[in-house]
Design a protein around this ligand. Structure first.
Ligand code: ADP
Ligand code: MG
Length: 319
């Protein structure tokens, strides 16, 4: 095993594209674009809690950065710089090499310069800090939703949770569906282009990391409104793929790890949003609307208008 410094040099020091001084000094130097605000966020992934201990290292490297890039997407920000703090057990070098490959694949895919970090020995744990840029005053916040706005979601939420249920056993999936679900779980595609395009269109946005209803609850709380959702209008992929309807519904409404964007917009924006869906080649589905009644609460109705009940609606580490 090489020394800490040799490891950093070999695997985590890469050329940068828009950074004055990256890895190698006591701090990095970056120049913010005039007229922009910095958006800063951090996310930690812990073995056993956020990923299975035997997860493929390359997929894990991708995901560790992707979940942070997703936070930039949800803010309508352009991801720019990231720092990686890694605790690693006495791992083999090939594990680190594969992890770094996935991590830098994601950095390249989204134009992120990796400008620093920290490397220590310990139980496997990764913490990424990311910085993005957004033109002053134009970030997408959770607090901008208004009664009457439509609620939209991108992609096919629920597939990642179905993939996880499959890996944990007891959820048989056909081969084609299984691949799609495992890709959603292991290689989430943060919706950066969508987040950028939604500036000036969406009234509020969040990325779905903990479950659709749970994450929508954050928009509702911050915006002081409720939501009425239509189960029949929702993207049906998870419902169609699940071996039983209860599991499908649970994955769709409460499954985490999809990193799709959930956003709200005034009803007169829907033609723009439909056009955007075509431009991006990404399904954007209107699933309901915000209401002044029952603030903080979502009511999901089935085809007959009856409320659908679910046990848990989002992941809470201390719940
Ligand atoms: P310090 O002693 O100041 O904490 P380190 O020796 O930890 O510095 O790190 C040396 C350089 O390598 C710093 O620029 C730091 O940001 C960078 N670095 C350390 N670990 C990583 C990593 N896993 N990924 C990217 N950069 C890293
Ligand atoms: Mg250090």
């Amino acid at each position: 095993m090489p020394s800490e410094f040799a490891l950093i040099d070999r695997y985590f020091r890469r050329p940068t594209a828009h950074t004055r001084l990256g890895v190698g000094d006591d701090g990095a130097l970056v120049r913010a674009t005039p007229g922009t605000e910095l958006v800063i966020s951090t996310d930690m992934l812990v073995s056993g809690t956020h990923f299975l201990p035997d997860t493929d290292p390359e997929a894990l490297g991708w995901k560790v950065l992707a979940v942070n890039v997703s936070d930039m997407a949800a803010m309508g920000a352009e991801p720019r710089w990231a720092l990686l703090a890694a605790a690693l057990p006495a791992a083999t070098e090939s594990w680190i090499e594969r992890f770094a490959r996935g991590f830098f694949d994601c950095a390249a895919a989204f134009g992120v310069d990796v400008v620093g970090g920290d490397t220590t020995r310990g139980p496997r744990n990764f913490c990424v800090t990311i910085l993005g840029e957004v033109p002053e005053g134009r970030a997408l916040l959770r607090s901008g939703g208004r009664a009457g706005d439509d609620v939209w979601v991108s992609g096919a939420p629920g597939l990642a949770a179905l993939g996880l249920a499959h890996l944990q056993g007891g959820c048989p999936l056909s081969e084609a569906v299984r691949d799609e679900c495992l890709t959603a779980l292991h290689r989430p595609r943060p919706r950066v282009a969508l987040g950028l395009a939604l500036r000036g269109i969406a009234s509020a946005a969040i990325d779905v990391s903990d479950g659709l209803l749970g994450d929508l609850g954050h928009i509702l709380a911050a915006s002081g409104v409720g939501a009425e959702l239509d189960l029949a209008a929702m993207p049906a992929a998870a419902l169609a793929a699940a071996p039983d309807p209860d599991l499908g519904r649970h994955c769709l409404l409460a499954g985490g790890d999809d990193y799709e964007l959930l956003f709200t917009a005034p009803a007169d924006r829907s033609p723009l949003i439909d056009a955007l869906s075509g431009q991006l080649g990404l399904p954007l589905t209107r699933i309901g609307s915000l209401v002044a009644d029952h603030p903080g609460e979502s009511i999901v109705r089935d085809r007959d208008g009856r409320p659908v009940t679910l046990g848990r609606t989002g992941y809470d580490h201390f719940g």
